[in-house]
Design a protein around this ligand. Structure first.
Ligand SMILES: [Zn+2]
Length: 307
């Protein structure tokens, strides 16, 4: 399924990625500065407009101070959400970068928070929990109030580019892994690994530095410890994107879908949970093509790109 998925990405999304590069669109749009004190309230306003049950989660988190996002010295540089059993409550830790990307990071962690709150910390598999977090990022964007239209447009553009970039990059890593894992044991040498990485960077229109880590492979354990780590970015990201598309098609339906999905059936697999709420298998050809069409329409309209 993974190999077939990579083929679809190469056929549908890499051409769009190349077209953007040719039009000079080679990196994420620049986001503005934002004081960390404004992050939670901005996200809180948006998520409280979604649904009474999500508003309840946010109100609970805020009332009991179950998050710490201040950028203080010595704090971890990444964000995470953990469940504290004696409190029967989740807790968010994040070190704000003091730019508007913090809104996406905080919404991401609030998605994990919502999942843990509603499920009492019963952890689902990684792919499902990342659907909850990334789905919340997209929904937060949809529910920013009218007074923040400019911010909304900028963050939507950021997420559209990011979605395309993550798909291309993580699919390239997946293709790379498949080739390296298929090598006979005696041929797994540094020069052979780097040769494959160079070839893949050209195939996926990436900068060589994006994928050729030279001797630093040893510092990225998931490449040799967790074979399906890279593709999971695309798979969970696509489920979040399907929720966003539902919300764009009809206000409220993305939120309903999100809430249905995160009431996971723990007896079911990832794909069975998707089927349960009528979401599509992210690896299917028709789904990858649908995503490519949506992104292509967005960039063609918003960026006035020549077809
Ligand atoms: Zn996450």
């Amino acid at each position: 399924m993974g190999a077939e998925f990579v083929v679809q990405v190469e056929e549908s999304l890499v051409p769009l990625f190349k077209r953007l590069c040719l039009n000079g669109y080679t990196q994420h749009p620049t986001l503005g500065r934002m004081a960390w004190q404004n992050v939670a309230s901005t996200v809180g306003t948006a998520v409280s407009r979604m649904d009474p049950s999500i508003k309840e989660v946010y109100t609970y988190m805020d009332k009991y101070d179950l998050y710490d996002i201040a950028p203080t010295a010595g704090k971890v540089s990444y964000g995470f959400t953990g469940y504290i059993p004696v409190y029967e409550a989740p807790f968010i830790v994040m070190s704000a970068r003091q730019n508007q990307e913090d809104l996406l990071s905080f919404a991401h962690e609030f998605g994990h928070f919502t999942d843990m709150y509603l499920n009492y910390g019963n952890n689902s598999v990684l792919d499902l929990s990342e659907c909850a977090s990334q789905g919340m990022e997209f929904l937060m964007l949809s529910y920013l109030p009218q007074s923040q239209k400019d911010l909304q447009n900028l963050l939507v553009e950021y997420k559209m580019y990011d979605t395309l970039y993550v798909y291309v990059l993580q699919s390239a890593y997946t293709a790379f892994e498949q080739e390296v894992y298929a090598l006979p044991a005696g041929e797994v040498t540094l020069s052979k690994i780097n040769q494959i990485a160079r070839k893949i960077s050209t195939r996926f229109a990436l900068q060589e530095d994006d994928i050729n880590f030279k001797t630093n492979w040893v510092q990225i354990p998931h490449f040799f410890q967790e074979g399906f780590y890279c593709i999971s970015y695309c798979v969970s990201g696509d489920v979040a994107f399907q929720i966003y598309q539902a919300e764009c098609a009809q206000a409220g339906s993305g939120v309903d879908l999100y809430l249905d999905l995160i009431h996971w059936n723990s007896e079911q697999t990832f794909l069975e949970n998707l089927q349960r709420v009528n979401l599509k298998n992210p690896c299917e050809k028709t789904r990858v093509q649908e995503l490519a069409q949506f992104l292509s329409d967005y960039f063609t309209q918003e960026m006035s790109l020549a077809a």
